[in-house]
Design a protein around this ligand. Sequence first.
Ligand code: PLP
Length: 223
Amino acid sequence: MSGLGYRLAAVQAGVADAAREAGREASEITTIVVTKFHPASLVRELAAHGVRDVGENRHQEAQAKAAELAELGLNWHFIGQLQSKKAKQVRAYAAAIHSIDRPALVDALRSDEASIDCFVQVNLTDDPGRGGVAPEALDELVERVLGTPGLSLRGLMAVAPLDEPARPAFARVRELSERVARLAPDARDLSMGMSHDFRDAILEGATHLRIGSAITGNRPAAG
Ligand SMILES: *Cc1c(COP(=O)(O)O)cnc(C)c1O
């Protein structure tokens, strides 16, 4: 097996272990392999290993790869900060957008076409540059998503802060998710957990993991 195949299998085993530890079914957890900065050939290799869900954080790169690999029928997850003027273009190839973080982006995604799955990203730090909506403004943004045609709210997304343990941070997301469920009972998914903290995320209820380097190896330098 290739290095990629081994790393993928190791992460899948880690996901299964954490699910067992949490008393959950591994089948209820979707592992999105984050392929940013890697060439389309790597995504093709992942698909050959059975990967169906891939994540990208830059529109131009994602659009190009999705077009090149269209015949594979993969689910492309957009996980990066998104400019409003690019929103409509992302709708065209993405299965889900994980980074809804402000009202202007919600408005830009309004559409009469089939709904796209989306997650509202919560900022767990005090630094607005880290992306995501502040918890105080969460309910209002969720209500805006719910009132916007063309968007299907799945739940919340978050990135653990760098300067504190991941597990209590993920527990905060789970608590916020209870609040969201009062507004949208079906929006209970949690997109959280990366290469170094996916076990903690699974223990706190993650349904969508976004795992890059643990599977792909180190990323090439940004182009
Ligand atoms: C790059 C990225 C990931 C994956 O990070 P790894 O540490 O490589 O697993 C997950 N989520 C977001 C938002 C990212 O930008």
